[in-house]
Design a protein around this ligand. Structure first.
Ligand SMILES: [Zn+2]
Ligand SMILES: [Zn+2]
Length: 301
């Protein structure tokens, strides 16, 4: 019975058997029961993503603003000489987020009300195996998709200058820089996060959890901190915060957003250690645009 598609149970006996034997059932019941109307709405996934992003970045922003005065927080920084994060910087990223949401995110969410049908809510939770392998599949696929988009938007100069250079106004990122983006980039990233899982027909609990996972990982790679529990400290193929911090410092290296496998394979990977070991000329030049390519572009740090 365990291999039945969880969305297609019709026999009440099978449903009650599956509900009793699925590890995630209590969590799914807690999420679903009593909240059905809100969860069925096509507005729920975008609202979840937006609310989670702004809530999750608040503690990081406090750390960023207090960081220079608290020795414990300073020692967690990826590099001790990170320029201080100032109020004008925080205001600039909130202003960018405000306009992106007013002009793009909210209208796109409202359009979904017209053409996206209400989400069906299965009675049965996904199995733990379905939940985990779907998250892993979405993670690897989106990492690849963004790597391809990202590489093109660095290598094609007009795309960099027109669009992706907005994100690179910060040479030293912090959590709120995660969504400091040109509208075209926020549209493409939103599309990738939303559409990638469609090929797997996941359970809606898996789909919503993916929004939270992808948003959190994107914040974590931008945060500028080296947390002892972060995956880059124990997973050899995860690039994480150090690799993406270096990408902002040396934008023609480390194009993968989360992993480090393709960049290593193609020779586009760079580590702090490799950078420190280079002789002066190569150290000063690696991964940096020539002056004409970035002439007149605004930068904050
Ligand atoms: Zn970035
Ligand atoms: Zn970039």
């Amino acid at each position: 019975m365990a291999f039945y598609d969880p969305d297609n149970f019709t026999d009440p006996l099978v449903i009650s058997y599956e509900k009793e034997h699925r590890i995630l059932q209590p969590i799914w019941d807690l999420i679903k029961n009593g909240h059905e109307d809100a969860l069925r709405s096509p507005l729920f996934p975008p609202i979840l993503a937006v609310v989670f992003y702004f809530t999750a970045t608040i503690p990081f922003t406090f750390m960023d603003l207090l960081g220079s005065k608290v020795p414990y927080l300073r020692q967690l920084l990826l590099h001790q000489n990170r320029p201080a994060i100032t109020w004008p910087m925080v205001k600039s990223v909130y202003a960018n987020a405000f306009w992106n949401h007013i002009l793009l995110v909210i209208p796109m969410a409202l359009v979904q009300l017209i053409w996206v049908p209400p989400t069906p809510l299965p009675l049965v939770a996904p199995t733990l195996w379905q939940f985990v392998w779907h998250q892993i599949a979405f993670f690897f696929l989106f990492d690849f998709e963004y790597w391809a988009w990202h590489t093109i938007h660095h290598k094609v100069r007009f795309l960099y200058r027109w669009c992706h250079s907005v994100h690179h106004q910060y040479h030293s990122p912090f959590a709120l820089v995660t969504q400091y983006l040109h509208p075209w980039e926020i549209f493409c990233v939103g599309l990738g996060i939303s559409v990638t899982p469609w090929f797997f027909q996941p359970h809606c609990m898996t789909y919503w959890s993916w929004f939270i996972l992808s948003t959190y990982v994107s914040i974590e790679v931008h945060c500028g901190y080296d947390f002892p529990w972060a995956a880059h400290n124990w997973c050899p193929f995860y690039g994480g915060a150090p690799k993406h911090d270096l990408h902002h410092l040396r934008p023609l290296t480390n194009f993968q957003p989360w992993l480090n496998t393709i960049d290593r394979l193609l020779g586009w990977s760079l580590t702090y250690e490799e950078l420190a070991e280079m002789k002066t000329k190569r150290h000063n030049e690696i991964g940096i645009y020539e002056k004409e390519a970035i002439a007149d572009l605004k930068v904050w740090n």
